[in-house]
Design a binder for this molecule. Structure first.
Ligand code: MG
Length: 389
């Protein structure tokens, strides 16, 4: 049996002097966690590593005060998969959530996710394989054989005088091998945003290669005005036009806007997602679900969401997780989801992938490193060393 002998957490600052319509990412943090075990490979303890995605905050308090003590106090049998004797992600999650009421899925969903995802990294390392292979196997899916489509998140609002232009940003991303680009809207007046959309289209070449993200900012009138103004561009999708929990307005927009809508990155539980597809007017074969395992209790809960979606006639090709980092790359590849987000150069040390993951013609394939391969990412390696020191 493999036992978890220690759990470490380090709150890492996010390097991102950018803003969307709602949030400036300067000052954001992420919890990097390690499950240290008594298993040894190559003379060193096997350690499961993960983090609670990007875009919220580190969850040191919830982890250190509630969840880490619960997991460390658990009996080995409470955590172990009976067939392998290894800590099982779903059991680690269940123990981390002991004595927590249902509902109210906020910051604790990210805290729990960091631990649950670290258990996946651990499981893959114990098996000596990349996490996408462990994930495919665990969910009875064929091993990923094709690279996954990758598109860039970006097109943020930069501070005046930063010298940044949208054209230069997207040209740089195109030179890196990307073909589809997402940009922010809602941080400027509609006319200025439309000018930015046209600037981006000049690089993207076609509306099917451009997505816009309002980050849940608009009220009903603004959302409808943007939907009307954007419709002629036939963009790939319009993301979070309204508050993520305003399912009635989401449904109204779905009736009024012919193109694809995307939402879900700010829903952190399977019951929330059930409400989205029951009441939010989401359309099978068209709209995009962006729930992020790292913000929503990890892969165990994400798999429940996916199963619910498929039970309602949606396709897993419509699942495109928010995030843009190595953990979600393995999840997209392992579960055969629609596409993977990327943030090259932004949100370091977590955003983007490792040099061993090759990006070519708008696709990417994870490397063969065991687990999520976080140790291969040069920006992250020093933080991992600090966490484990
Ligand atoms: Mg978004």
């Amino acid at each position: 049996m493999v036992r978890i002998v220690d759990i470490l957490e380090l709150t890492v600052p996010l390097d991102a002097a950018v803003a969307n319509a709602v949030v400036n990412f300067n000052g954001h943090t992420v919890s990097l966690v390690a499950l240290v075990t008594d298993a040894v490979r190559d003379g060193r303890p096997v350690v499961g590593l993960a983090f609670n995605s990007i875009g919220r905050y580190g969850q040191s308090g919830i982890l250190r005060e509630r969840m880490i003590p619960r997991v460390l106090a658990a009996l080995p049998d409470d955590l172990a998969d009976p067939t392998t004797g290894w800590p099982e992600p779903a059991r680690v999650l269940a123990v981390a959530l002991r004595n927590e009421k249902p509902g109210g899925h906020g910051d604790r969903a990210g805290a729990a996710a960091a631990l649950e995802l670290a258990a996946w990294d651990l499981r893959a390392k114990l098996a000596g394989e990349p996490a996408h292979a462990t994930i495919s196997h665990a969910f009875g899916l064929p091993l990923a054989s094709r690279p996954v489509e990758v598109y860039t998140g970006g097109g943020y609002y930069h501070a005046p005088g930063s010298g940044h232009t949208l054209t230069r940003e997207l040209q740089g991303l195109r030179d890196m091998g990307f073909r589809s680009f997402k940009m922010k809207i809602g941080g400027a007046p509609l006319a200025e945003d439309l000018r930015r959309v046209e600037e981006a289209l000049a690089v993207a070449g076609d509306g099917s290669r451009l997505m816009v993200d309002a980050n849940g900012r608009f009220d009903r009138n603004t959302a409808l005005a943007y939907a009307n103004a954007l419709a002629p561009y036939a963009l790939r999708w319009l993301e979070e036009p309204c508050d993520p929990l305003d399912f009635a307005l989401q449904a109204e927009l779905a009736l009024r806007y012919g193109g694809a809508l995307a939402t879900g990155e700010n829903l952190f539980s399977a019951p929330d997602v059930r409400n989205l597809f029951k009441f939010g007017g989401m359309r099978p074969g068209l709209d995009i679900f962006q729930m992020d395992p790292g913000l929503s209790y990890g892969l165990t809960e994400y798999a429940r969401m996916l199963s619910d979606l498929e039970g309602q006639g949606f396709s897993r090709a419509q699942a495109v997780p928010h995030g843009g980092h190595l953990v979600n790359l393995h999840i997209v590849a392992g579960l055969g989801l629609g596409a993977c987000e990327a943030y090259p150069g932004v949100f370091q040390p977590f955003g983007g992938f490792s040099p061993a993951c090759r990006i070519e013609d708008a696709t990417i394939f994870p490397s063969d490193a065991p687990g999520f391969g976080l140790e291969e990412k040069p920006q992250l390696a020093p933080w991992i060393a600090q966490l484990l020191s």
